[in-house]
Design a protein around this ligand. Sequence first.
Ligand code: FPP
Length: 266
Amino acid sequence: MSQRLAASSDDSKLRSLPADLDPARLPAHIAVIMDGNGRWAQARGLPRVMGHRAGVEALKTTLRLCSDWGVRALTAYAFSTENWSRPGDEVNFLMALFERVLQRELQALEAEQVRIRFLGDLQALPDRLQTLIQEATSRTAENSGIHFNVCTNYGGRRELVQAARKLAAQALRGEISPDEIDENRLASELFTAGEQDPDLLIRTSGERRISNFLLWQLAYAEIHVTDVFWPDFDQLALLEALRDFQSRSRRFGGLDGLTDPGTLGS
Ligand code: FPP
């Protein structure tokens, strides 16, 4: 990737997947809850918003590594439906930050074949940001590289309610019968329609909650929690998450051969 997206100057180190990781068993889709920006800044005597600024750099590093190592999709929780309740100054800073990042990085995202999409109720965002989002989405829609999804004004429950409403409206119009509503049809009405479910969820700053993130899509994701604050999430932290992921036995509710037949799958 270009220097713009690159947070490190040592390109060669970033491109090759470390030998102890099996490229065939990498997660195809990683979701991240980027937590701890405020605490990272406060610990340095800085205003909380400086943590968000540093968080952008960590996100760029993560996107770049995921792209270089062959992860097909990265979905990041940038702003939840609940985040509007933060102090007005912080909300305004975040909106302005999203705008600045989009303006600054769009060319690099295009050049590196990243396909960017914003998932959430976007109409509530400032008009200028909506315009930039539309431009970035359409300019990268045909790109063949990593899918980069930025959840903005996103809430998992709201997403499910919206999907239920759409399906109910289709049923009322006689386009589908209620019996035809199955998991595939519901998934096709979510913001993530067409995207494979995440295999791995990473949450930083030690919190062990899902926080209304991808409630449907994370059904079988492996969860990696690290104490690292998001701005400090670097190559080593991502490697630890991937090693943790590769150490898991994924059974999707079934049994993996050697398991006690009396044990419920998970
Ligand atoms: C959570 O930390 C982080 C956020 C609410 C914002 C994350 C946003 C970014 C890193 C910017 C991404 C930008 C683009 C355009 C992709 P927190 O404030 O909850 O931290 P705390 O738990 O320490 O208070």
